[in-house]
Design a protein around this ligand. Structure first.
Ligand SMILES: Nc1ncnc2c1ncn2[C@@H]1O[C@H](COP(=O)(O)OP(=O)(O)OP(=O)(O)O)[C@@H](O)[C@H]1O
Length: 680
C-alpha cells in the first residue's frame, strides 16, 4: 500500500509527477483518491430513444465528418454516427483535430447532452472514449467512476491505473477495523469497500462502501483529536491558577455596568477550569454583542494576578488594536503591563516586547498571528485566549499553546455554531455559552431593499447622523480581489460625499490600506469625527462602536447569512434603536427570500442553522481553509450522526485501553499520523 506510485504499471515517471500534483504519492493515496461522481452506463440507449436535454452515453460508429465555421472563432465539427440501426450526430466546437483522432469506422463511446434539431438526435460531446481500446470494459457497462483529475490524465487512464493498483494491492490491504467492530455496525471489510468505491457492481455496493469509508474517516479524525487531548491532559498536570480573585473582583466592580447572568455563569465555569490543575480546553460561544470581551478580560486578569502571562490572539489588526485600547482602558486602574503585537509593530517596539515577554515583565499581550512567530517566547504563558477562532485553524491554536507549558486555552467564537458542528471544527473542547444579551438591547430593525429603493436607507442615515449617531455602509464582497473591492469602496465613498451626503463627514476603510491608516480611520470613527464609514468587510468581526446605529450592506446577496448577522451585530451594541438595510439587485426574488431569514430572526443560532442548510459548513466558516477540516467523503451536516458515533467510539477505544490492543494497531497508527499531518 505504501509503494511509490511510479511502481504501479502504466504510471511511469512523468505521470507520477502529474499525480503528485493531486497529492498522490503512494498506492494508498491512489486508492484513497475517490471518484467525484459515477455515471450509469449499464444500459446504453439506442439513438432513437434519446430525449432532448438529458446527458447520455452511447456506443456508436463514426460514419462521416463535416466541418463548418459558424462565425469567426467558432468552428463546428460534426460527425454522423450510427449505432447499427439508427442515425445521429455528434458535435464538437473548436476541436477540428477530433476528426483525425476518430476516422470513419471508429467505434466510440460518447457522453454528452442531447438536443434535436431535425428528426435525428444530436449530442454535444463532453467526453469520448474509443469503444474498443484497451481496458474499455472499465469504461462502460456499469457505474463508471469519474476522478478529480489534472491536465494530461484522462479518465480512461485513471480507471485503468486504479484498477491495476487495486489488483496489485487488495491482497495486502490491512484491515483497520476488527471483525467484531465491523459486525456491530454491519460494515463491509476495507478491501471490499475500496474495490466498490471505485468499481461498484451496483448502487447498493457503492452505498455500503461509502458508509464504511465515511465511518473510518471520521473515526480516525476523532481518534486523532481525542488522543491529542488525552495526551495533553495526561502527560503532566497543567497550571492551577490562584483562587484569589481580589483583583478580578475589583476590576468587575469598576465596570459601568453589571454582568449579565450568562457572563457570571461563564466566568465561573472558566475560573473553575483555571483553578484545577488540568489544562483547560474550552470554547466560549456567544452571539454578536453578548459581551465576550469582558469574559476574556476577567480570565486574562486572573492569570496575570497569579503571576502568569496571558495572551489574546485575534484575526485582524483592526480588532487587535481595538481590544488593546479596551483592555488598556479597562485595566488602567490595576497598572498591569499590557502590550500589542501585530505585523505592523515597528522593529524597535517589537524587540522591546519580545524581551518583555521573555523576562516576564509583560503580563498581558494582545496580538494577531504575529504572536505565533518562532521568535516569540514567554517566560510563563498561563492562558491563551483565541478570539474569532474560525479564522484560525486547529494548528494555529496548537502553536499558540505550545508557547507555554500546557497553558489553559480559551477559544472564543461569535459565529454561533450548532453544537454538533462545533465538535467537528473544534474537536474535544468543553463548551460555555453566552446565551443572553446585555439588558436593554433592541432587535435591529432589518429591511431588504432593491437597489432602486436605496434612497430610503439614505434618508434614514441622514436622520440618524443629524441625531448624533453614526452609520456603516458596506460595499459588495468581491471574492478573490481585494483590489477591485477597494476600488469599488473608494468610488462609493466619493459618490456619497459629493452627491448624497455633501454635508457629512465620510470615511473610507478597506483591506488595501496600511494598518496605520486603518487604525487612524477607526479611531476617528470611534471619536465620532467620521460620521459615515464606507468600508469593505474588514469591519466584519468584533468591531465595537456603540454609537453606530445604521448598517447598510450593498450587494447583500453575495454574503452568507451568518456573515450578514455578524455585520448587523456591529450596530446592536447600545440602548439606541438600530437599523440594518440589506440592498440587493432589483428583482432578485431568490435573494430576497433568503435574506428574509434575517428580517425575521435575531438569534444567531437560528440564522446559522438556516445558513448551514442553504450553503453548507464551508461557507458558514467563511472560506474553506479557515479551520474547517477537509474530509474525503464525509459531508456535513449530512454525516453528523456518524460523526457523533465516531466520537463516542473514539473515547471508548481510548479510555477502555482497546486502542492499544494489537487488532487496533493499524487504526492507532493512522490516527497518529493524522496528528502529525495536522501538526497538533
Ligand atoms: N453586562 C453588560 N451590560 C452592558 N453592556 C455590556 C455588558 N457586557 C458587555 N457590554 C458592552 O456590550 C458591547 C459588546 O460587548 P463585546 O464587544 O464584548 O461583545 P462580543 O461578544 O465580543 O461581540 P462581537 O462578537 O460582536 O465581537 C460592548 O460595548 C461592551 O462594553
Amino acid at each position: 500500500m505504501n509503494r511509490p506510485i511510479a511502481q504501479v504499471k502504466y504510471v511511469g515517471h512523468k505521470k507520477a509527477i502529474k499525480l503528485s500534483h493531486l497529492g498522490i504519492h503512494t498506492t494508498r493515496d491512489l486508492l484513497y483518491h475517490f471518484p467525484r461522481r459515477y455515471e450509469d452506463r449499464r444500459q446504453l440507449k439506442p439513438l432513437n430513444q434519446l430525449v432532448p436535454g438529458e446527458t447520455v452515453t452511447v456506443r456508436v460508429m463514426v460514419v462521416s465528418w463535416e466541418q463548418r465555421e459558424l462565425r469567426p472563432n467558432l468552428v463546428l465539427v460534426r460527425a454522423e454516427v450510427s449505432d447499427g440501426h439508427h442515425r445521429g450526430y455528434a458535435l464538437w466546437f473548436n476541436q477540428p483535430y477530433i476528426k483525425r483522432r476518430l476516422p470513419p469506422g471508429s467505434l466510440v463511446l460518447l457522453t454528452g447532452k442531447v438536443s434535436r434539431r431535425s428528426i435525428f438526435p444530436e449530442i454535444q460531446v463532453e467526453e469520448y472514449e474509443l469503444g474498443d481500446s484497451e481496458g474499455s470494459s472499465l469504461n462502460t457497462g456499469y457505474l463508471v467512476p469519474f476522478y478529480p483529475s489534472t491536465a494530461g490524465l484522462t479518465q480512461q487512464w485513471f480507471r485503468k491505473v486504479v484498477f491495476q493498483a487495486l489488483s496489485e494491492s487488495l491482497p495486502f490491504v490491512e484491515e483497520t477495523l476488527p471483525l467484531k467492530w465491523r459486525e456491530r455496525y454491519r460494515l463491509v471489510p476495507l478491501s471490499k469497500a475500496l474495490k466498490d468505491i471505485h468499481f461498484p457492481a451496483d448502487e447498493e455496493a457503492l452505498r455500503q462502501a461509502r458508509r464504511r469509508l465515511i465511518y473510518e474517516e471520521l473515526l480516525i479524525w476523532e481518534l486523532a483529536l481525542a488522543l491529542h487531548n488525552h495526551k495533553r491532559r495526561m502527560v503532566a498536570p497543567g497550571i492551577a491558577h490562584s483562587r484569589d480573585n481580589t483583583l478580578v473582583e475589583r476590576f468587575l466592580r469598576s465596570l459601568p455596568f453589571s454582568l449579565t447572568k450568562a457572563q457570571e455563569r461563564v466566568i465561573q465555569e472558566i475560573f473553575a477550569d483555571m483553578e484545577a490543575p488540568r489544562p483547560m480546553a474550552r470554547l466560549l460561544q456567544g452571539d454578536v454583542g453578548s459581551g465576550k470581551t469582558i469574559v476574556a478580560a476577567a480570565a486574562l486578569l486572573k492569570a496575570a494576578a497569579g503571576g502568569w502571562q496571558g495572551a489574546l490572539m485575534v484575526p485582524t489588526e483592526v480588532l487587535a488594536e481595538q481590544h488593546f485600547l479596551t483592555f488598556k482602558r479597562l485595566l488602567a486602574p490595576l497598572s498591569l503591563p499590557i502590550a500589542l503585537l501585530t505585523g505592523s509593530t515597528s522593529r524597535k517596539d517589537r524587540e522591546k516586547i519580545l524581551l518583555g515577554l521573555e523576562d516576564g515583565y509583560i503580563s498581558i499581550i494582545i496580538g494577531t498571528h504575529a504572536l505565533i512567530q518562532q521568535d516569540v517566547n514567554f517566560k510563563a504563558l498561563g492562558l491563551a485566549v483565541i478570539d474569532e477562532q474560525h479564522r484560525f485553524g486547529v494548528r494555529q491554536r496548537a502553536e499558540l499553546s505550545s508557547k507555554g507549558f500546557l497553558p489553559d486555552l480559551l477559544v472564543m467564537t461569535a459565529t454561533p455554531i450548532p453544537r454538533t458542528l462545533a465538535l467537528v471544527a473544534y474537536g474535544d473542547l468543553d463548551v460555555s455559552l453566552l446565551d443572553e444579551l446585555p439588558p436593554g438591547r433592541k432587535p435591529v430593525l432589518t429591511y431588504v431593499l432593491s437597489e432602486s429603493q436605496r434612497q430610503q436607507a439614505y434618508r434614514l442615515i441622514a436622520r440618524e447622523v443629524l441625531a448624533g449617531r453614526q452609520a456603516y455602509i458596506v460595499c459588495p464582497l468581491i471574492e478573490e480581489s481585494e483590489v477591485l473591492e477597494a476600488a469599488a469602496a473608494t468610488a462609493k465613498a466619493q459618490e456619497l460625499q459629493t452627491k448624497v451626503f455633501p454635508g457629512f463627514r465620510i470615511g473610507l476603510l478597506h483591506g488595501r490600506m496600511r494598518p496605520a491608516e486603518k487604525e487612524e480611520i477607526m479611531e476617528r470613527f470611534r471619536q465620532g469625527e467620521i460620521q459615515i464609514l464606507v468600508s469593505t468587510t474588514v469591519i466584519e468581526v468584533g468591531v465595537d462602536i456603540p454609537n453606530a446605529t445604521v448598517m447598510m450592506i450593498e450587494g447583500a446577496e453575495r454574503y452568507g447569512l451568518a456573515q450578514l448577522h455578524q455585520l448587523r451585530g456591529r450596530v446592536a451594541r447600545s440602548y439606541y434603536q438600530a437599523y440594518c438595510f440589506l440592498v440587493t439587485r432589483n428583482n432578485d426574488v431568490e435573494a430576497k427570500r433568503r435574506l428574509k431569514v434575517l428580517v425575521e430572526n435575531h438569534d444567531g443560532f437560528a440564522i446559522a442553522e438556516a445558513d448551514l442548510k442553504l450553503r453548507g459548513p464551508g461557507e458558514l466558516f467563511g472560506t474553506r481553509q479557515h479551520g474547517w477540516p477537509e474530509f474525503r467523503l464525509a459531508e456535513f451536516p449530512r454525516d453528523l450522526k456518524v460523526l457523533e458515533q465516531a466520537r463516542k467510539d473514539a473515547h471508548f477505544l481510548i479510555s477502555s485501553g482497546y486502542l492499544d490492543q494489537p487488532e487496533f494497531a493499524v487504526l492507532k497508527a493512522l490516527a497518529e499520523s493524522k496528528i502529525q499531518q495536522l501538526k497538533l
